[in-house]
Design a protein around this ligand. Structure first.
Ligand SMILES: *Cc1c(COP(=O)(O)O)cnc(C)c1O
Length: 378
């Protein structure tokens, strides 16, 4: 069986974890957490990076930083992971979904302006598959209406838009280091704070609402409760694991890009013949090979293909039942405009195995199975 995902492991992680234990400091904000902050800041050129306990928690921190209040509206795509919406619903927001672009599966920037009301507070673009949203246009709209932009860059680590790292273009960016993402610490994430005026507040939110960070820097002689917050900092052992992978992020990135390109080259004939659709990367985006997907004709063909691949030892998956049609989505959200692509395109999409360590002959096997499945259409 070729699994769909294997958590990244490059071999230097255990040594780091041993070191973190030897440091007698396994709680948060130890040596490796600090090192991860520096590495992420270097990798992305962001003002401030703070490790969090998950991508979900990074989004929750961003929602608090955005000062979302009950009744505020937040615009995002419906084709995303539940956490994108949940983080804002937890603060009392109403979610307003708009349709996606069928080419990238990202929010359609041309539909955002029409969804804005006097209650709108933020726009949350999701960089699906590590491919950047049209950020120039999104930021132009945000500026015009005085809205906050929170980038859900959970899938976007080492992805770029016009040379800028995903997660550093809006007010706040959120990374995930879950085991299914390109870089991992098991469970983890990071919030990128791109606004100087929010850095101190982000440290306070992450440290249970206290100014402990100022205390650690010697700026105050005791620390106390100063604002709302929670415990969003991960253990230094988890940071040690991640640190090994992002010290040189190109190791994992290059390997993933090579796999992605191999899939693309192998399968492009099927696209040329109009049998399947392959991912599209806009000119101004550098993607990070977070995902390789294909699109079948419709949901029935996709179901048959999943079964066929499984019979041939390949595990492929789909995801994201559009949030507006889910039980909670009906309660907490509305869909603005027409659902032209969100449901229809999500039903066609199939994700193929892609992980650090996937071998060339395994990629070739997956592709051979797909050709075999479509044999009579060629
Ligand atoms: C993975 C993911 C998240 C959540 O990250 P966790 O670290 O699993 O909490 C949020 N949004 C998107 C788009 C994701 O892919």
């Amino acid at each position: 069986m070729i699994p769909f995902n294997v958590p990244p492991f490059i071999g230097k992680e255990l040594k780091n974890i041993e070191k973190s234990i030897a440091n007698n400091k396994i709680c948060g904000d130890g040596e490796f957490t600090k090192k991860c902050h520096e590495l992420i800041e270097k990798m992305t050129n962001c003002k401030k990076a703070l490790l969090a306990t998950s991508g979900t928690h990074a989004l929750e921190m961003a929602a608090i930083l955005s000062d979302i209040k009950p009744g505020d509206e937040v615009i995002m795509p419906s084709y995303t992971f539940v956490s994108t919406a949940n983080a804002f619903v937890l603060r009392g927001a109403k979610i307003v979904f708009v349709d996606i672009r069928p080419d990238t599966m990202n929010i359609d920037e041309k539909l955002i302006e029409d969804a804005i009301t006097d209650k709108t507070k933020a726009i949350v673009p999701v960089h699906y598959a590590g491919v950047g949203c049209e950020m120039d246009e999104i930021c132009r709209i945000a500026k015009k209406y005085n809205l906050i932009v929170v980038e859900d860059a959970a899938q976007g680590v080492m992805g770029f838009y016009k040379g800028k790292a995903l997660g550093t273009i809006g007010d706040f960016g959120c990374f995930s280091f879950h085991e299914t993402k390109n870089y991992s610490m098991g469970e983890g994430g990071a919030v990128l704070v791109n606004r100087e005026d929010c850095i101190e507040k982000s440290e306070i939110i992450r440290e249970k609402g206290t100014n402990r960070n100022r205390f650690l820097r010697g700026q105050v002689d005791k620390y106390s409760w100063v604002d709302v917050g929670s415990s969003y900092l991960p253990s230094d052992m988890n940071a040690a694991f991640l640190c090994a992978q992002i010290e040189d992020p190109t190791i994992i990135n290059n390997a993933r890009i090579a796999i992605w390109n191999r899939y693309y080259d192998n399968l492009k004939e099927l696209q040329e013949k109009g049998v399947i659709t392959l991912p599209f990367i806009p000119e101004n985006c550098t993607h990070n090979a977070h995902m390789f997907y294909i699109k079948a004709k419709d949901i029935n063909e996709r179901t048959e293909l999943i079964d066929y691949l499984k019979q041939n030892g390949v595990l492929s998956v789909f995801h994201y039942v559009p949030l507006h049609s889910s039980e909670a989505g009906i309660k907490f959200s509305r869909f603005h405009g027409e659902d032209k692509y969100t449901t229809a395109e999500s039903e066609r999409l199939l994700r193929l195995p892609l992980y650090y360590g996937l071998k060339n002959d395994e990629v070739d096997h997956v592709c051979k199975c797909i050709y075999k499945f479509y044999e009579n259409q060629l």
